[in-house]
Design a binder for this molecule. Structure first.
Ligand code: PRX
Length: 696
């Protein structure tokens, strides 16, 4: 199918003066487009002129080469990095993403020998960036901050890498990292990468149970953590959580010999920390004694770089595995283009390194580009809701990348040049607020659609290249071929609904689920044979108002994503499987059954809404409600706590016993008039009972 921007060729014939950027009007405007979904917001001429990709033609030229000759295109890009040995010229990549043709396998730059830490640090220091700030750290409490230049960062990383080697961590060994947003978090990731160890960062909001589950799954050589962290006004004793996880993991035979603990004295003094001699070691007591020089371990492009556990619609979290070379090339390139990165930029991504966004766009993508990046420990609303803008002004942030869940304010934000959005669909009015208020109607917005599995941006604006439509992630990045398929897996065009899949592979794609290649194939490649299935839905309809859980590729080719079609919920950018929350609820002795759905939430994007059936003889009470919520906090983490527990004498089920979540979603969001056909329910009375209990 022709790329939607293809007809730029005819632009030359457009009369000039048709609009601010006449040729773009020709491309996209077509006939009169007045409705909301066709509201076009143009980058200024000044912005476009200086952009890496200044026009649709330039994009098309690059895009078309990237999909027609992926090997050539990505080879050229990859050559900008340091490789000890290059990959075989005739074997840039190999892929089988079609389960009917055998096992799914994706390789990029195989045989190429490199190191991503070397490319982030040594390469930049050698290029003269040694004295440039790599990381600014902004602490939870006002007035706590620190900075590291590229040289300093290299020294700190090397010291830790030497320690890890000294205690016997080798290439391929797993290291679990349970740290908040201290400088030590990116330092640890880079140190692991330097010696070829595989880091698995666990978001420091996860509970002991969740941490234990991950320890048991990947059996790390050691765990790296800190004694405590302040989150807003609260002190959270992380080390105690780690201790509890160790007790649980040892019950299944996985015991950890070494726990390296950073003393985060701003939150808690070491004297107050529970300690196990022999196993626990203070970071500050050992790491500074090591040399600041450390030879890198050269690894194959296809050697694993990290594991990151993420939620699916069923079962326990999956260890998404990314390898070195393709991930490096892809994160660096997407960062550069989607944010139109220039060496003078100051970049801030608000994500935590416990999630993929922090991996790709706090640590690796920016450092690979030699960027100055802010690591923020705190919360956006502490001490008040102006904190984010304080930080923007303090550091003169030019590129600000966040989830669309922040608050408005009083600050100048003059420094901003580009805004980024991720993690959930941004509705047109939120988009306008972000654009008009935060960006003073001056900064293009990069609404980046992607996933833990994709490693980097997949559908994203290239600011400067084309006008935006509020709420649309616009067009695919280089090398990415999104397709919309129907339930039979047939690609569809025109106005219709379907599922978002991707054809072929791209360098940043994940290569497997750790220890479970079969689940990798079943979850992602079997639903629609021949494609990678994203879990996001899509539709192509003329009216935004009709969109539901869908992606809309409109007649101008713009892509609109509005959420998951499976049982995965995104709460403030945290990805949570409904099955995990249900199993936590059911573990409560008084809970007989639970069904969890996502509901729209003004601030968090989505909130967790749980229907709970109690065991016979138990009665509803506030106390019970709280203890159910506590069970979820304990098993997963506070961020997964349901916003609402709805008592359910019974759940709406089909005669074959399947819970009809469609009906639950409608009840949860108060759309009682739209329950649809309930005649197939085993017991239609259940619905009336649920409605009657709506306000209890
Ligand atoms: O539903 C999509 C949503 O977030 C999911 C991926 O979650 P996770 O792996 O945790 O990664 C989040 C950060 C990349 C997707 O399946 N999502 C992500 N970005 C967007 C989005 N939905 C709409 N618009 C986006 N820009």
């Amino acid at each position: 199918a022709a790329h939607p921007l293809r007809h730029v060729d005819s632009m030359a014939t457009m009369p000039s003066g048709a609009g601010k950027i006449p040729y773009l009007n020709a491309v996209i405007l077509g006939e009169a487009l007045a409705s909301e979904e066709n509201d076009l917001i143009y980058p200024s001429d000044d912005f476009s002129r200086q952009a890496h990709v200044p026009s649709p033609q330039k994009y098309l030229e690059l895009y078309e080469r990237s999909v027609k000759d992926p090997g050539g295109f990505w080879s050229d890009v990859a050559s900008q990095f340091y490789w000890k040995h290059k990959w075989a010229a005739d074997h840039v990549y190999s892929e089988n993403v079609d389960v009917r043709k055998g096992p799914v396998q994706i390789e990029w730059f195989k045989g190429g020998i490199t190191n991503i830490c070397y490319n982030c640090l040594d390469r930049n220091v050698e290029a003269g960036l040694g004295d440039k700030i790599a990381l600014h750290w902004e602490g939870n409490d006002l007035g706590n901050d620190a900075s590291l230049t590229y040289s300093h960062l290299l020294h700190r990383v090397s010291q830790l890498a030497n320690y890890l080697k000294d205690i016997g961590v080798r290439k391929g060994d797993a290291v679990i990292v349970y740290l908040p947003m201290l400088l030590e978090l990116p330092i640890t990731m880079l140190a692991c990468a330097r010696i070829g160890a595989v880091h698995s960062v666990v978001f420091a909001g996860f509970s002991a149970e969740s941490l234990a589950q991950r320890i048991i799954d990947c059996k790390p050589k050691l765990v790296i953590t800190c004694n405590a962290v302040k989150r807003g006004p609260k002190v959270i004793p992380l080390k105690d959580i780690v201790d509890a996880a160790f007790v649980q993991s040892s019950q299944t035979g996985v015991s950890i010999d070494t726990c390296l603990v950073y003393e985060n004295a701003l939150a808690m003094k070491r004297e107050k920390t529970n300690w196990q001699d022999g196993r626990d070691i203070w970071w500050q007591d050992v790491i500074p004694n090591y040399s600041t020089k450390c030879e890198v371990e050269w690894v194959d492009a296809e050697d694993p770089l990290f594991l990151l556990y993420t939620s699916g619609s069923t079962g326990k979290p999956k260890g998404v595995l990314h390898t070195t070379g393709g991930y490096m090339v892809y994160t660096a390139t997407t960062f550069k283009y989607a944010f139109d990165y220039k060496p003078s930029d100051i970049y801030w991504c608000t994500a935590d390194c416990g999630w993929i966004t922090g991996h790709s766009y706090v640590t690796y993508g920016p450092l690979l580009n030699g960027a100055t990046c802010i690591v923020f420990e705190g919360a956006p609303n502490y001490p008040d809701s102006g904190r984010c803008w304080d930080i923007v002004d303090k550091y003169k942030v030019t590129i600000f990348y966040t989830a669309p869940t922040l608050y408005v304010t009083r600050y100048s934000r003059k420094s901003l040049r580009i805004l980024g959005s991720v993690g959930e669909p941004i509705n047109p009015s939120a988009w306008r607020w972000f654009y008009n208020v935060v960006g003073d109607s001056r900064c293009p917005i990069s609404d980046t659609w992607w996933q833990t599995e994709t490693g980097g941006f997949m559908i994203t604006p290239l600011p400067g290249a084309w006008p935006q439509k509020p709420g649309s992630a616009t067009f695919p990045f280089f090398g990415v071929q999104p397709v919309i398929v129907d339930e039979k897996g047939v690609e569809i065009e025109g106005e219709c609904s379907g599922y978002l899949c991707v054809k072929g592979s791209w360098p940043g794609a994940f290569r497997t689920l750790y220890g479970d290649h079969e689940r990798y194939e079943t979850t992602y490649f079997k639903p629609f044979a021949g494609y990678y299935f994203t879990g996001d839905g899509c539709s192509r309809q003329a009216k935004l108002a009709n969109l539901h859980k869908s992606m809309f590729r409109d007649k101008d080719g713009y892509h609109w994503l509005t959420g998951r079609v499976d049982d995965v919920i995104n709460v403030s950018g945290h990805r949570i499987g409904t099955a995990e929350v249900e199993s936590a609820l059911v573990s409560h002795p008084k809970c007989a059954e639970a069904a969890v759905v996502g509901v729209e939430h003004e601030v968090k994007g989505q909130a967790i809404y749980a229907f709970v059936t109690l065991v016979e003889g138990e009665s509803y009470s506030e106390e019970l409600r709280n203890s159910l919520i506590l069970a979820v906090r304990k098993q997963i983490g506070a961020f997964a706590a349901p916003d609402r527990i709805h008592w359910a004498p019974g759940l709406p089920k089909t005669r074959s016993g399947k819970i009809m979540r469609r009906i639950l979603r409608k009840i949860a969001s108060g759309q009682l008039g739209e329950l649809g056909d309930t005649s197939t329910l085993a017991d239609p009375n259940v619905v009336d009972q649920l409605i009657a209990l709506s306000n209890c």
